[in-house]
Design a protein around this ligand. Structure first.
Ligand SMILES: [Zn+2]
Length: 105
């Protein structure tokens, strides 16, 4: 029987020793594995939306799943820098609901 991957490689991946993409939170600057951060993208109306599946096209930005980080996004023009936009970007109005799901720590 042939394995597509050597078993050792598969084990290393599952322990996080393989290639883990690291991204930086645009709010607090913490570097984390990509899957621990929430991906943000610009929608066609120019609002910043949460990319639920992490697969929406376009330039992405990453933010921690923490209330503090989300509050900072609106206040400090972090979004403009992250998306290199000249005008002021805002989170989509739906973001009020996303924030309710976020943990405070
Ligand atoms: Zn953060």
């Amino acid at each position: 029987m042939k394995r597509p991957w050597p078993l050792k490689a598969a084990q290393a991946m599952s322990k996080g020793k393989g290639h883990v993409p690291i991204r930086t939170c645009i709010s607090c600057g913490t570097k984390k594995p990509k899957k621990e951060l929430i991906r943000l993208v610009l929608d066609e109306e120019g609002f910043v939306v949460r990319d639920e599946k992490g697969s929406m096209p376009g330039r992405g930005a990453y933010v921690c799943p923490k209330k503090e980080c989300w509050e900072q996004l609106d206040k400090k023009k972090r979004l403009n820098k992250a998306f290199r936009a000249k005008r002021t970007l805002r989170l989509h109005p739906f973001s009020a609901e996303w924030k309710r799901d976020l943990a405070r720590d």
